[in-house]
Design a protein around this ligand. Structure first.
Ligand SMILES: [Ca+2]
Length: 212
């Protein structure tokens, strides 16, 4: 009997330790995002699973301004919201990719590397639902979600104040760092209480028997 109890205690402790080390080494799970599965509009070429090149100033770009076939319509954002505040004529045309993430959790982080190559006033941006974020900081782009839910995420480039002067936005290594599922945490807590409970129960029995 004592042998069986000891092996049960060992099993409980071992699973507790393994879960503990998993939580320490993997606070989140990084998912590689397959860019070739994203929807696209305008001149997005070339595109592969790990890298996408978005162009402006070329013939294949899509117009801005709202309405069917426009960048704003594709990205589900307010018409005119791609116009930089400092521009005279605003965004005129461009290219974009988009993906819908239906199950974002608080603390999930979207990030990707990018290179924005331009010789004029063109603009590169990210859209998170209705918000437009200019890609003016240095790579990588990082966005932490503070509310759970479904999100439309877009990445794009537009010509500003003109329709010429080719620019490129190269996006690569897009990842979503997902926080652990609540079930995983619940499982860890269950294992923790199970392990503690086992030790208490068998510890009591052992001390009781040793007391006799
Ligand atoms: Ca341009």
């Amino acid at each position: 009997m004592i042998t069986i109890k000891n092996s049960l205690i060992t099993a409980g402790t071992a699973s507790l330790l393994s879960l503990g080390s998993l939580a320490l080494t993997s606070p989140s799970y990084a998912f590689n995002l397959n860019l070739s599965s994203w929807s696209k509009i305008g001149d997005v070429n070339p595109i592969s699973s790990t890298q996408a090149t978005l162009n402006s100033g070329t013939f294949d770009t899509a117009p801005t301004g709202g309405g069917a076939g426009s960048l704003e319509d594709f990205l589900s954002i307010t018409p005119g919201s791609l116009d930089p505040a400092t521009s005279t004529f605003g965004a005129t045309q461009g290219s974009a990719i988009k993906q819908t993430f239906t199950d974002i959790k608080v603390g999930d982080v979207l990030h990707f590397d990018y290179s924005f190559l331009t010789n004029d006033a063109d603009s590169a941006f990210v859209t998170i639902n209705d918000s437009v974020i200019a890609l003016t900081a240095s790579t990588p782009f990082t966005y932490s979600f503070t509310s759970a839910g479904s999100y439309n995420v877009g990445i794009g480039i537009v010509d500003v104040d003109d329709a010429i002067g080719a620019s490129q936005l190269i996006v690569s290594n897009a990842k979503l760092d997902a926080v652990p599922e609540p079930m995983t945490i619940l499982g860890s807590l269950t294992a923790l209480s199970f392990g503690v409970g086992m030790r208490r129960r068998f510890g009591r029995k052992k001390s009781a028997s040793s007391g006799v």
